[in-house]
Design a protein. Structure first.
Ligand SMILES: Nc1ncnc2c1ncn2[C@@H]1O[C@H](COP(=O)(O)OP(=O)(O)OP(=O)(O)O)[C@@H](O)[C@H]1O
Ligand SMILES: [Mg+2]
Lengths: 291, 253
């Protein structure tokens, strides 16, 4: 029994971190912003926390709060030049941002350790901390999704012109999405630092952002449960498919293509939409029989 | 209640003068007609009023307030709402959710309250959904509340769009060919809805191809042709105006 716990605990921990980053990615996509900048904010949060906690002995909680704030400010600043961009142009611009952060981390090696990474970070975060952080995040995601902000995001994602004519300021709500997404990424980036002993620039590069996107494509953009499902699938699948480990990237790619083609809303959101349609059809049938 | 007044409004798309020096008034409590052949510039006028297109020249006022330069969301807050010629619903959302998004301008809880889940925001949401249900009731659409809006029949989709526009509690409501593609029975039904809305004090601008339908509902009709206002007046006056007859016979059927 203990063996099982020891084997799977790291997996569970990484799943929890994945949920955090998935929510950061979902926040922007939900509002119809195709930003993939979460990796950059996670990197900023991770390096900031690692440096101030290890080299300057800052209190971990204070460091995490500042990392969250840095994510907010970063999201806000990034949203300004990107306000006019949409779709693939947003994606490319935010990808450039991620690569700038990676190269800055490589370049300022006296501060960051450069390509060798930043090592011997005190391990102050364990499973319970991660779990608590994810639960608090789920609370906020739920509250926001039930609020006018969540409804505004949903409207802008589906048709931003309609949203605007109903009084939703596209610029304002896209900015809010950037800020919240940055906050989540900065915070969970900091958590990851205090969990993993060492970080390196490429941890927050292309692989990271593909993973974050994958959680949402698998899970869904519009529900609080979606990212959890997406992160779960991506955490469990490699374990189930151990024999395929050599070709993991290959099968991951196939899975993505199948998902996008057949369940464009993701597993969970797709299910919700499907049930909605079924229920509507059933009620129509009842109504027709009654008349 | 405030009138919507367009003064010398023009719109140029590159070399094309799509709307040229248009003057028009939409008074409260009445249904004003705007007719004209295909490509006359009717939708362009609506897009300029609602802040989706910038004016090339001219000004638009709602009461005392100049909204010529206002952005789309500011125009909505000022009290102008619209429907779209090619229906635009939020396809993933239910009918009720589509209507509730129309209450956005009435949201009172602060951003902070919404972000951290203060009672002012948490309690507001069910209240708005309740108001949405009442609106569905009024339009006879209650049984579709939880249907995905994208899957409804055409006539019902038009109603959903109308309810969403009415949910903003507008002073001025712009309807861009709201009965296009409907049969006469459905159109007459909607005509009654329009009369009710006007009776409640809203100023309606009704864009239509069907002159007979406009005649039944409007006291004042404007006729646009190739971007220019060629006639205005009561339906009778307009119908017998030689320029209007020529415009319609010349380009239609
Ligand atoms: N965004 C745009 N860019 C360029 N030209 C445009 C644009 N929108 C409309 N036009 C042109 O302006 C003219 C007026 O178009 P508009 O859609 O306003 O006409 P309409 O009266 O609404 O016609 P319909 O009855 O077919 O809906 C047309 O010639 C159209 O091609
Ligand atoms: Mg038109």
């Amino acid at each position: 029994m203990m063996n099982l716990v020891y084997t799977y605990q790291p997996l569970f921990d990484y799943f929890l971190l994945a949920v955090g980053f998935a929510y950061s990615q979902q926040m922007v996509l939900r509002a119809g912003v195709f930003s993939i900048g979460s990796a950059g904010f996670a990197s900023i949060g991770a390096y900031f926390v690692a440096i101030v906690v290890k080299d300057h002995g800052m209190n971990a909680i204070v460091a995490l709060l500042i990392a969250t704030l840095l994510g907010c400010v970063g999201g806000f600043l990034l949203s300004i030049p990107l306000a006019r961009l949409r779709g693939v142009f947003q994606a490319i611009a935010t990808l450039a941002f991620v690569q700038i952060v990676v190269s800055l981390c490589l370049y300022f090696d006296e501060l960051t350790g450069g390509p060798q990474g930043f090592n011997n970070i005190p391990k102050l975060v364990g499973t319970w901390h991660l779990l608590a952080a994810v639960l608090v995040t789920i609370y906020f995601m739920y509250v926001i999704s039930r609020s006018a902000i969540g409804r505004a995001f949903d409207a802008l994602r589906q048709d931003e012109t309609v949203g605007a004519t109903l009084g939703i300021s596209i610029r304002k709500y896209h900015m809010i999405a950037f800020v919240l997404s940055g906050a989540l990424a900065g915070f969970f980036g900091g958590m990851q630092s205090l969990y993993t002993f060492s970080i390196e620039p490429e941890m927050f590069g292309f692989t990271f952002l593909v993973a974050a996107l994958t959680y949402i494509i698998l899970g869904g953009r519009g529900t609080v449960t979606g990212p959890i499902i997406g992160a779960l699938i991506m955490s469990v699948l490699p374990e189930l498919a151990r024999p395929l480990a050599d070709n993991r990237q290959f099968f991951q790619g196939i899975l993505m293509m199948v998902m996008i083609a057949f369940m464009p809303h993701g597993v969970f959101d797709g299910l919700v939409l499907h049930l909605r349609k079924r229920r509507a059809a059933a009620r129509d049938k009842l109504f027709k029989e009654a008349h | 209640m405030a009138s919507l007044v367009l003064s010398n409004v023009s719109k140029r798309f590159g070399g094309l003068l799509a709307v040229s020096d248009v003057n028009m008034e939409v008074p409260p409590g009445k249904i004003t007609g705007l007719i004209g052949p295909n490509g006359a510039g009717k939708t362009t006028v609506v897009n300029m009023i609602t802040g989706l297109l910038k004016l090339t020249t001219g000004s638009i006022k709602l009461g005392d307030r100049d909204i010529s330069e206002a952005e789309a969301h500011e125009v909505a807050f000022a009290g102008v709402s619209r429907t779209f010629q090619n229906i635009r619903l939020l396809p993933e959302a239910t009918v009720l959710e589509n209507v509730v998004i129309g209450f956005h301008v009435h949201v009172r809880s602060s951003l902070f309250a919404q972000l951290v889940g203060l009672p002012s925001s948490v309690r507001e949401t069910p209240k708005l959904f309740e108001r949405g249900r009442q609106l569905l009731e009024r339009f006879g659409m209650s049984r579709y509340a939880d249907h995905p809006a994208g899957g409804l029949a055409y006539g019902h989709q038009r109603r959903v769009e109308m309810m969403r526009a009415v949910a903003t509690d507008p002073k001025i409501l712009l309807l861009d060919e709201p009965v296009a593609g409907m049969n006469d029975v459905e159109a007459t039904e909607l005509g009654d809805v329009f009369k009710e809305l006007a009776a409640s004090g809203i100023g309606l601008l009704l864009i239509e191809h069907n002159i007979r339908f406009v005649n039944q509902l409007c006291e004042q009709v404007y006729v646009l042709d190739s971007g220019a206002m060629i006639a205005s007046g009561t339906p009778q006056e307009v119908m017998h105006n030689p320029a209007v007859v020529a415009a319609y016979l010349g380009t239609k059927k």
